[in-house]
Design a protein around this ligand. Sequence first.
Ligand SMILES: [Zn+2]
Length: 297
Amino acid sequence: MRSQQTIKERVHFEGVGLHTGSYCKVTLHPAPVDTGVVFYRPCKKSSMAVNISTVVDTTYATTIGGDRVQVRTVEHLLAVVSALGITNLTIEVEGPEIPILDGSAFEIARLVMDVGIKKQKKAMPYIKIHQPVVLEDEHGKVAAYPYDGRKITFRLFFKNHFLGEQLLSFDLDRDSFVNEIAPARTFGFLRDIEYFRANGLAKGGSLDNAVIFSETAVMNSSGLRFKDECVRHKILDSIGDFSLVGLPIEGHIVADKSGHTMNVKFLNKLLACSDCWEVVSGQTQQSPYPVFSYSYT
Ligand SMILES: [Zn+2]
């Protein structure tokens, strides 16, 4: 039986949001079985369950929203939650965005690992892929294939740029995530910064929380953490985005130049193709997760 899990104690972190530039505070609270992952904004007394129906924007970050309230840039935190196997958690957020910290998910992963993860006395349902599901358009491709385990393969290709092609396959487990994926930082290009500023994006961005590339070099004096840091960060983003389905996915996700928008489109296609997967519960009662009672049209 795969157990549901939560954290052993509260975890707190705070800092500036990448896009809003607002100073935000986050407290992660342990939660009982069958809670799922829930965002809570105390100022509005508003809760939002993490599932695909609460995604309201995917422009350069993933934003979820509910009754009168939104939380931006949830993907790095959700990647940690998913990769570490945390299934029940209340995420209290003071402010409109999850802090970007150093641009990676390493600090959040370290804080969670420091307090520890607690197994709970109930099985964790998960989605098992039985038949391929493929979404492809002129920008890229995402597919899910049957596989015993959780695997992601990602390919990036930067045309006419020294970064060129980056390709990485990654079997998701707790330790390899913390060491190989969580430290990879958000990245961007010098040529795009004017556009971001003109469109009210990346107000909190700096060389302290993002890797910035010119046409010929890395702008950060400390250089890169990994030679292929960009594709590792895209895998981090994808783990967070794919957790929006509400349950872990057992299968091989293959992505080519995908981003938040395409990831969410793919999840909708996956959910609509109900012959291609099943929910493996390990229990006889109905899944407690409301995501599967929605209509995906
Ligand atoms: Zn990211």
